[in-house]
Every structure is written in C-alpha cells, then in structure tokens.
Ligand binder design. Sequence first.
Ligand code: NAG
Ligand code: NAG
Ligand code: NAG
Length: 467
Amino acid sequence: MRMRNKYRKPTTLRCNAGSRCSLLAWSLVGFFLILQLYTFIHDTDVHNEENQMRISHRLQLHELEEVEEENIQSPTPRGRRSPRAAKRRPRKVHTSLIDEFLDESSQLRRIFFPDETMAIDPVKDTGNESSYYFPGRIWLDTDGNPIQAHGGGILYDEKTETYYWYGEFKDGPTYHAHKKGAARVDVIGVGCYSSKDLWTWKNEGIVLAAEEKNETHDLHKLNVLERPKVIYNDKTGQYVMWMHIDDTNYTKASVGVAIGNSPTGPFKYLYSKRPHGFDSRDMTIFKDDDGVAYLVYSSEDNSELHIGPLNEDYLDVTNIMRRILVGQHREAPALFKHQGTYYMITSGCTGWAPNEALAHATESIMGQWETIGNPCIGGNKIFRLTTFFSQGTCVLPLPGFPGSFIFVADRWNPADLRDSRYVWLPLTVGGPVDEPLEYSFGFPMWSRISIYWHKKWRLPHRWKGKQ
Ligand SMILES: *[C@@H]1O[C@H](CO)[C@@H](O)[C@H](O)[C@H]1NC(C)=O
Ligand SMILES: *[C@@H]1O[C@H](CO)[C@@H](O)[C@H](O)[C@H]1NC(C)=O
Ligand SMILES: *[C@@H]1O[C@H](CO)[C@@H](O)[C@H](O)[C@H]1NC(C)=O
C-alpha cells in the first residue's frame, strides 16, 4: 500500500481545553488507523493476485534496477587548449568531459560512439548477446543498415500487434547553412521501422518524404522536420502524425500534421500552423486512456511548455491551452501515465549538447505540473548531469510490467548527425521523490521516476512482445 505523504503535512491543532483536545486527537488517530487497516485489508483482497504477479515481475525487474557505475576519466587537457584559455575558465571535470564528447577528434569518442565493429545486429547476434540493448552502439535493422529514426516516437498498433518506430531519417551529410546556423541534414523524411520484440527492427521505408523541388512547401528539403510522433484515432481509423516543422533558421516554429490509413503510410501531409498562435519547437503528442490526445510544445522561445487537447479527429488543436513549467526553459518533452498520474521527462535547452533531464508530474494533465527532480541513476555524476549523454524523445510502457517503461533517447552527434545513436534504458516509477513540491507544502504523493544506466541490458525474460 502506498503511504500518501500528504498525511505528513505539518498540522497545528489549536485547543484551549487540553485534555478534551487530546481525546479528540486520539479519536482522530484511531479513526485513521482503522481506515488505513480497512483500506489495507480491502486492497490485499482485491489485489492479492495482482501482487503476486507484481512480486514475480519485481524479481525479473531487479536486474534492471541495479545501479551500475561508470568510471570514465577525462584525459589531461591537450595542446589545443592554451594555458591562457585554461586560466580564463577554471577547469571543471564535467565541462571538459562534455567538450571531449563533442570533440570529433577526442580519444574518448569511441566510448560514446563505438564504431561499426561493435554494432548491434539482431540478425546475427543470436548467441548470448541476443536481445541485449547496448546504449550508444550502432543498431542495425534487419537489412543490416543503421536504424535511422532520430527524435522518434513508438506506436503500438493493436490491429497488427506490432510496434512501429517513427523518426527523422537523417542519412545525409551534416553541414551548416551559414556561419551561425545549427548543424543540419537536409530533410529526407520520416523513417518507419516495425518490430514485435522491440529489438529486431525491419525498415518499412520513408513514410512521409521530403519535397525535392517545391521551395514553398513545408517539407522542402532545406527546411526542418523534427520529432515525428504517430497516434491512432479509434474514431476515424486513421494514423495521425504530428511533427515540428521549421525553416533553416528555426523562425517558422510550427507544428505539422499528416495522416495515413496504415501504420506504414504513406502519410499525406496536411498543413502546418503555430498552435494557439504561439511559436512551437520541440513537441510531442500523448493519447490518454479516454481517447483524448494532447499536444505539448516548447514555446515563448523555449522558455515554457504549452499543453492542450487535440480535437476529436486529432487533426488540429482546440482553443484550450495551458502554460506549464513557465520560465524553466525545457524541451524534448516525453509524456507517460502510471496509475492515474501523468509524468513527463524534459531536457534543458543547449542545442545538440547533452544536459540534465528533469521529471515532472501531475494528477491532472491540464493542471499544475510539478518538477520532481533528475530521474537518472547510476553511471557517474557527469552521466547523470547529461542524461547519459543523450536527450529523451519518448517513454514506452512495457506491457505486462506495470510501473516499468523504456526511456528512449537520442545521443546526438552534431559533427555527423546521421551517426547519432540511440540510448534506450529502463525507467521505473516507484519510491519517494527527492524534491519537495514547488507550489504547495510538503512532498508530493506521487512516486519517483528512475532511469537506470546500463552498459548492457535486456527486457525481462518472460517478456515476449505483447502477444
Ligand atoms: C558470450 O559470448 C562471448 C563470445 O562468444 C564470450 O566471450 C562470452 O564469454 C560469453 N558470455 C557469456 C556470459 O556466456
Ligand atoms: C508548392 O507547395 C505549396 C505549399 O504546399 C502549394 O500551395 C503549391 O501548390 C505547390 N506548388 C506546386 C507546383 O506543386
Ligand atoms: C538565415 O539566417 C542567416 C543569417 O542571419 C541569413 O543569412 C539567411 O538568409 C537566413 N535564411 C533564411 C532562409 O531566412
């Protein structure tokens, strides 16, 4: 049974007649104890079977929740950093490790970006490495090509009982459009991969392609298409894709919408707009249990997030919108839900460079979101301050394992974006949070979000797709 920390809130019982007051207080305590006991027995009855399942799951999940340390040392600064520069900026170990990570010529590079000899090849790796995720390694599809699904989203399609992974297909040269421009790859389109086991992925092709010639088209290759996400609309029977649409200089700041009759498309591009009249960059969509879908996007120059429900056909926003995490400068939102509570993981805004993830929670999706701290566990301090050198893109529930999810993130490689890697790690919901509430007193009643670092891990043994 979950002890709701709400009861710990400091309360002041003001009384004049002392003894009568303590009688009242003790009666109250007694009443609450009986209530707790009743709830406990009731819960035990109802959830007995569920609990046993949960215990066996716990044992299997134990491995995922092991804390694994990393011991990467930053090398001594090399010649390229002049003594004067070193004096100007007092050397911090973690700053220099991020520098190494971003430096194409660093000796540490192969730790973060292992070469193709270390690639995960689900077709070949049928031995004892089978089904293992190796965060950061090249991950091959069933044709033997590196998976191209960056900034992606994963849809479980009930009809075909298959997972579909959509993402930016970035298999082109990285360049800068102008001196101050961010590293970019021309738009090729949205890649789609299918899988039954979340490990072996078949390339289903480009399901929404860039526009080669029409320069005024949103999907023209010189524009920007990021973070595509697909959900299924039960009412219209259509697959709806939302994405970030922008121009080279990120001034258009819009969302784009496309629809398809099948999860593998082809998707038909409909239009782009500034949702609710606001600039919109990193975004995601989330479909709730009641079928209502929401758009969440970074706005007001990435200083805050906006959230609002989509209309019934999921092809547009409604005029309901709430500003959340105002002034917190968060991007890369990834939403999920557990036992009626909504959670979100976000990153800071530092371009392609990695930064610290934060978890947020709320009981009501359109209500007040609270920040509950950095979810990363293990690795080392710098791993935890950089989201394990990655940036989240979505969180996938693990069917049959309530409270267990996969955190799906990108390890961006700004020098060669097509060679950006994937970091998939187990995420669990449970235990007390480590930060007090910002907007009301005490600690929140929801649970901690934990993302565990692993060099190598696999899904619990009994998990064999959702069949
Ligand atoms: C897995 O296979 C590799 C290569 O064949 C071998 O070196 C390693 O010891 C094996 N590990 C286990 C746990 O069996
Ligand atoms: C180019 O794209 C724009 C915007 O989608 C559209 O209005 C126009 O008809 C297109 N032009 C051609 C020649 O297809
Ligand atoms: C983007 O910004 C650069 C530098 O400010 C400018 O030279 C260029 O024309 C802009 N491109 C577009 C498409 O607006």
